[in-house]
Design a protein around this ligand. Structure first.
Ligand code: G3I
Length: 440
C-alpha cells in the first residue's frame, strides 16, 4: 500500500466511524430517553450506541427524576389520627311510621292485651309504633283486686289490694318488645267500681261510701303501689295519666269539675285532682311525666276550665303535661281550632301528648278514605309545624287502636267506624301513606 492510498483509507475509515456518533448525538438521544430503542440500527456500532444510549438513558432518567421532584406537588401530610369514617346515611324509613316520625315525636298505639298476644298483630304494633297504651287493662277496674279487698276489708281498708302481677305483665311485655308504656289511668270517674268507694268494699248498691280521709288514703296507697311496682322497670313508663276526664262544664260548677258521675268528687271533694297529682309527684321515680288527660279538649267550653285547672297545678309544680285525647271526626274540630288548643296548653310550659287519636268515619269507600287521609295529613302537618318551630313541646302521638275493626267507636256510635291507619287485615290505609308522605 502506498502512502497516498493509506491516507485515503484512514480518512474513509474516520468518516465511517464518525457518522454514527454524530447521528446519535443531540436530540436523537430522546429516542432512548423515551424508552424506545434503536434496535433497527444496522450499523456496526450497535454495541457502542447501546452503551452510549444506556448512559444517556440513565442521565435522562436522573434528569427526569429531578424534574419530577420539582414538579410534583408537595404531598399532603399523612393524617396521624384514625381517619373519620364517612357518616353513615340515615336509613330511609320506608316501612315504619314510628321510625319515619322519630325525629319529631314518638308514635304509639292503644291496644288491648289480646293484640299483643297474637303474633300477627303484635308484629305490626312492634314494627309500626314505639309506645303502647293498654286500652283497658291498666284502668282501676282492671287493677283493683276485689276478692282480696273484700276478703278482709278492715285489713285493706286504707290500703287496697292491687293486681300488681297483672300490671307487671304489661311492663314486661313492653320491655320485651322494646316499647314504652303510657299508664292509663290512675284516677278516673269511669271504669272505677263503686265498691272501691264503699265501706267494707261492699258491692251492695246502697252501701255507704267511706269518708274523705279514708278515700284519700285509698287513693294514695293505690298510686303508691302502682308506682313502686313500675319502678322495678325503669324507663318503661314514659307518662302517667294521673287524672282523666275530671272536667264536665255541663255539671255547672264554676271550676268546671265533673260532679254527677264522679264518686271521686262526691267522696273527696273538689281538691281530689290536686290530691291525686300530689301523691303521684310524691311516688314518681323518674322522668316519666305526670299528665292530665281529657276529650273535647279543643272545644272552647272545656278548654277554658281545663286550662285554669292545669294552670293552678302547674303553679304548684304538680303537673308536667297535657294529654289531648283527640277523638275527632271528619269535620270537627277544624285544624285551626285544634292548633289554638295545642298552643294554649303549651303556653303553660306543659309537654303535649296526643293520647287517643282517631277520626270517626262511617264510610269505607276510596273517596272517603282519601278525604280522611287528607285530614290526617293536615292535622300532622300542623303538629309538625308546631314541633319544628318549638311552639309546642309535642313529644308523643298515640292512635286509639291499631285496626278499624278494633275501634271502640263502632260500639260507641252503634255504626261501623273506620277511624284508624290500618284496616281489619292490617293493611295500610291511605291515611297511613298520607302521613308517611310528610316525613319521607
Ligand atoms: O266489644 C264489646 C261488644 O262485643 C259488646 O257487644 C259490648 C256490650 O257492651 O261491649 C263491647 O265492649 C266494650 C268495648 O269498650 C269495645 O271496645 C266494653 O263494653 C266497654 O266497656 C269498652 O269500653 C272502653 C271504654 O273506654 C270504657 O270507658 C273502650 O274499650 C276503650 O277504648 C275506652 O277508652 C276510653 C279511654 O279510656 C278514655 N278516653 C275515652 C276512650 C274512649 O271511650
Amino acid at each position: 500500500m502506498n502512502k497516498k492510498f493509506q491516507k485515503t483509507l484512514i480518512i474513509l475509515l474516520t468518516l465511517v466511524l464518525a457518522f454514527p456518533l454524530t447521528y446519535l448525538s443531540g436530540s436523537n438521544l430522546s429516542v432512548f430517553a423515551s424508552g424506545k430503542n434503536n434496535i433497527n440500527s444496522t450499523h456496526g456500532e450497535l454495541s457502542y450506541s447501546i452503551k452510549k444510549s444506556t448512559k444517556a438513558k440513565k442521565k435522562v432518567v436522573k434528569k427526569k427524576k429531578k424534574s419530577t421532584k420539582i414538579l410534583t406537588p408537595k404531598p399532603t401530610l399523612a393524617p396521624t389520627a384514625t381517619p373519620t369514617p364517612a357518616p353513615t346515611p340515615t336509613p330511609v324509613p320506608t316501612d315504619s311510621i314510628a321510625t319515619a316520625y322519630s325525629n319529631y315525636f314518638a308514635l304509639g298505639v292503644a291496644t288491648p292485651a289480646r293484640l299483643l298476644n297474637d303474633a300477627t298483630t303484635r308484629s305490626v304494633v312492634v314494627k309500626q309504633f314505639r309506645t303502647i297504651t293498654m286500652e283497658n287493662e291498666t284502668k282501676p277496674d282492671a287493677l283493683l283486686d276485689y276478692n282480696t279487698c273484700s276478703s278482709n276489708p278492715s285489713l285493706y281498708n286504707t290500703n287496697p289490694a292491687v293486681r300488681l302481677g297483672s300490671f307487671e305483665n304489661y311492663l314486661k311485655i313492653a320491655k320485651q318488645y322494646g316499647l314504652t308504656l303510657r299508664f292509663h289511668t290512675l284516677v278516673w270517674h269511669s271504669q272505677t267500681p263503686r265498691w272501691f268507694f264503699a265501706e267494707n268494699y261492699s258491692k251492695d248498691a246502697n252501701a255507704p261510701l267511706v269518708k274523705r280521709e279514708i278515700m284519700l288514703q285509698r287513693m294514695e296507697n293505690y298510686i303508691k303501689q302502682i308506682m313502686e311496682c313500675a319502678k322495678k322497670y325503669p324507663d318503661v313508663i314514659y307518662a302517667w295519666d294521673v287524672v282523666n276526664e275530671a272536667i264536665e262544664p255541663a255539671d255547672g260548677l264554676s271550676n268546671g269539675l265533673r260532679t254527677k258521675s264522679s264518686l271521686w268528687y262526691q267522696v273527696v271533694g273538689d281538691d281530689f285532682v290536686e290530691k291525686a297529682f300530689t301523691f303521684a309527684r310524691k311516688y314518681s321515680y323518674d322522668k316519666a311525666g305526670l299528665f292530665y288527660n281529657d276529650y273535647s279538649e279543643y272545644s272552647a267550653n272545656k278548654l277554658y276550665y281545663i286550662y285554669n285547672m292545669l294552670k293552678s297545678l302547674k303553679d304548684k309544680g304538680l303537673i308536667d303535661g297535657m294529654g289531648m285525647q283527640s277523638h275527632i271526626n271528619m269535620e270537627n274540630p277544624t285544624i285551626d281550632q285544634y292548633e289554638a288548643a295545642v298552643l294554649k296548653y303549651a303556653s303553660l310550659g306543659l309537654e303535649i301528648n296526643v293520647t287517643e287519636l282517631d277520626m270517626h268515619n262511617n264510610k269505607n269507600d276510596s273517596a272517603t278514605l282519601q278525604l280522611q287521609a287528607d285530614r290526617y295529613k293536615a292535622l300532622f302537618q300542623m303538629l309538625l309545624k308546631l314541633k319544628k318551630s318549638s311552639s309546642a313541646n309535642i313529644t308523643h302521638v298515640t292512635f286509639w287502636g291499631l285496626r278499624d275493626s278494633d275501634s271502640w267507636l263502632t260500639w260507641f256510635n252503634k255504626e261501623t267506624s273506620y277511624p284508624l291507619l290500618f284496616d281489619a287485615s292490617c293493611n295500610k290505609k291511605p291515611a297511613y301513606d298520607a302521613l308517611m308522605s310528610l316525613v319521607q
